[in-house]
Design a protein around this ligand. Structure first.
Ligand SMILES: Cc1ncc(COP(=O)(O)O)c(C=O)c1O
Length: 474
């Protein structure tokens, strides 16, 4: 029988590792386990979650061996379920309806529903192509030096004390995901506390990235479904009971999937609490500029934590704000107390990166560096970025108005209150599947819709679908 499906891996793992428990996300390890033991256990649990029975049918895992499989050394490999977010696009692509609408994907679309390459990116690329002196040599392990310096300035501010004092190390990584993973791997190896707290809900990849990096994932309350706003009391209570030194993952702005951010006053209280308890903040900054249209404003939360002189970690992505999704451009910054520590941290980051992918790709980072170094291109970028943010905000208003015009039952004001690319609609899983079945509208099962995937011409179709879902499906 299929080894994974027989439960051999998980059963042995679980029985051998008595200290492993199934807390939130089923992830918790003794601190005595080595990183590779922890990773192996985590991997086994990803292959078989305790709720997956031998037939594995509930999760779409199929282990049946067909005649064509016989003889393959891989015939025991079980079919894994689609990624819950990227799987939405897979389902959308299979739908032949002319009215189909994909609101699952977290990528910007124009009013015409098309992917957008920013003009400023095209200009920067043209400059790169025209420069005959450019070669395709390997980058250093930590990436393009100028990109790293400019990325740090972008998130921390040009006059940031951590840059002035040379106590931040920034390394180019594979977009936001790669930056989170490298940061997680570094913490597993070199930080005394292996517990990371992530908000509920959060981007679906967070628990997987950190678990496989060797950290133990726990959660803190973040979203209140009743108010459709921040559960600030729950957040404070949960972080207050976190063990000293625990890592706390914070979305720098435009929280995904809820679109709910703390106010500046709440950020200040969070900062005070994190510092007083000696917790380690790890920011995920995937939407700088997308929330408000202003790069500095969207970096405010991060800058508050740097201004107090304490340490923090930041994973930056240029996927959304420069539209460089597939170029995989991002950066990991670790702000330390001294330049000496920052230098040592960087030397260890190289040891994390080298055996993982050796060094990062050159093209995307060169585009970013070309834009950030040049005042004219930078200004053009901010204008295009603001236009994207404004279009998203306009879609929020159009959808809200369309539901109001239809007298759709319920309070929909959260659509205009939430921030960034996504609206967490509050639609339940049955209503979501009704909308997909009857209206060919695709979104994640938690009712998250990408406002960037909507346009003036598709708003009424979405509003009709939401109206029908809430009036016909409980
Ligand atoms: C909160 C959050 N973090 C990180 C990422 C990673 O994106 P990428 O790896 O494409 O930069 C995303 C992408 O959707 C995200 O929403």
């Amino acid at each position: 029988m299929n080894k994974a499906c027989s439960g051999q891996i998980s059963a042995r793992d679980v029985s051998e590792r008595k200290e492993m428990n199934c807390g939130i996300h089923g992830v918790s390890f003794s601190s005595s386990a080595t990183p590779s033991e922890r990773r192996l256990s985590a991997l086994a649990r990803h292959l078989i979650s305790p709720t997956e029975s031998c037939s594995c049918s509930a999760s779409g895992v199929s282990a049946s061996i067909t005649s064509s499989d016989v003889g393959s050394v891989f015939s025991h490999v079980a079919r894994a379920p689609e990624d819950p977010i990227l799987g939405v696009t897979v389902a959308y692509n299979k739908d032949s309806s002319p009215v189909k609408l994909n609101l699952g994907v977290g990528a910007y679309r124009t009013e015409e529903g098309k992917p957008l390459v920013l003009n400023v990116v095209r200009k920067a690329e043209q400059q790169l192509v025209n420069n005959r002196s450019r070669v395709k040599e390997y980058l250093p392990i930590v990436g393009l030096a100028e990109f790293n310096k400019l990325s740090a300035k972008l998130i921390f501010g040009v006059d940031s004390p951590c840059i002035r004092d040379n106590r931040v190390t920034t390394v180019q990584c594979l977009s936001g995901t790669g930056s989170l993973r490298v940061g997680g791997e570094f913490l597993t190896r070199h930080y005394h506390q292996r517990i990371i707290y992530i908000p509920v809900p959060t981007w679906g990849n967070h628990p997987k990235v950190f678990t496989l990096a060797g950290l133990s994932v726990k959660s803190y309350r973040y979203y209140d479904p009743i108010t459709r706003g921040l559960d600030f009391k729950g957040l404070v209570e949960d972080l207050d009971s976190a063990p000293s030194g625990a890592i706390v993952l914070l979305h720098a702005c435009a929280h995904n999937p809820t679109g709910v951010d703390p106010s500046i006053q709440q950020w200040e209280q969070i900062r005070q609490m994190i510092r007083s308890k000696g917790l380690l903040p790890f920011f995920d900054s995937a939407y700088q500029g997308f929330a408000s249209g202003n790069l500095d404003k969207d970096a405010q939360s991060v800058r508050m934590f740097v201004a107090d002189g304490g340490e923090c970690i930041v994973a930056q992505s240029f996927a959304k704000n420069m539209g460089l999704y597939g170029e995989r451009v991002g950066a990991l910054s670790i702000v330390c107390k001294t330049a000496d520590v920052a230098g040592k941290v960087e030397s260890q980051l190289k040891l994390v990166i080298r055996p993982m992918y050796s060094n990062p790709p050159i093209h995307g980072a060169s585009i970013v560096a070309a834009i950030l170094r040049d005042r004219t291109l930078y200004d053009e970028w901010t204008i295009e970025l603001k236009a994207m943010a404004d279009r998203i905000i306009s879609m929020r208003h159009q959808l809200f108005n369309a539901l109001r015009d239809r007298d759709t039952p319920g309070d929909w004001s959260h659509i205009i209150k939430q921030i960034g690319m996504f609206t967490f609609t509050g639609l339940n899983v049955r209503q979501v599947s009704f909308m997909t079945r009857e209206y060919h509208i695709y979104m994640t099962a938690d009712g998250r819709i990408s406002m960037a995937g909507l346009s003036s011409s598709t708003v009424s179709h979405l509003a009709d679908a939401i109206h029908a879902a809430v009036t016909h499906v409980a």
